[in-house]
Design a binder for this molecule. Sequence first.
Ligand code: PMT
Length: 218
Amino acid sequence: MTPRDLAGKRVMVTAGPTREPLDPVRFLSNPSSGKMGYALARAAEYRGADVTLISGPVHLPAPFNVHTVSVRTAREMAAAAFEHMASADIIIKTAAVADYRPKETSDHKIKKGEGDKILELERNADILMGIGQRKEGRILVGFAAETQNLRENALGKLERKNLDMIVGNIVGQPDSGFGSDTNRVSLFFRDGTREALEPMPKDAVANIILDRVAGLMT
Ligand code: PMT
C-alpha cells in the first residue's frame, strides 16, 4: 500500500508542452503528451499532497482532486509557475518548455509567397532556472530530456539550475520519453549519487521519484 507520506505537503508539478504561436493557426511545439507530469501529479495526490498541476495543451483528463491550471505558451507557464511556487514545498518541472518563440506573431494567417521564408526566434526565459534562483527551502526537481551524453548534460543542469535532484530522461526512443507509456530514466543527486532505473511505466517512475523526494525531506 502506498504511504500517505506527502500529507500536509504542497506539490507543484508542470507538465506537457508549450505552444509558441506563429499566427492564429500555426505554432512551434514538441511531442510531450503530459503523461509523465500527470503521473507525478496523480501519485503525489494519492500520497496525500495538496497538488497544483500547471499543464500545457494535452489530451489527458485533469487528475482527480488536483488543482489544474491550463496554459499555452512558455510565458503563460512562467507566470503560472512563479505565482504558484510561493505556496509550494516541492516543485517538479516535467514540462517540455519551448526554448524559443517566434519573434513576431501575426494576427492573421500568414499567406504563402513564392520563395522560402526565414523565421526569427527569440529566447524564452528558463523557468526552472528562475525558480532555482529563489527556491529558498523548497525541494526542486528538474528533468533533462537528452538523446546523448545523459550524465554530463543532466549534471550540468542540476548545478546551473540549483536543483536537489534531476531526472535524466532518454528521449527519441519508442519505450522512453515523449508520448510513451513507459520511461527510462536515471536520477542524479547533489551528493554525486546516481540511480539508473529499469524501463518501467510512467506511474511507477513517478512513485520512485516521490520516494526519493520524501527521502530528501527527512
Ligand atoms: O509528456 P510525456 O510525453 O510523458 O514526456 C515526458 C517528457 C519527455 C517531456 C519528460 O519526461 C521530460 O523529460 N521533461 C523535460 C523536457 C525538457 O524540456 O527538458 P530540457 O532538458 O529541455 O529542460 C530541462 C529542465 O528545464 C526541465 O525541467 C524543463 O521543464 C526546464 N525548462 C526548460 C526550458 C525552459 N525555458 N524553462 C524550463 O523550466
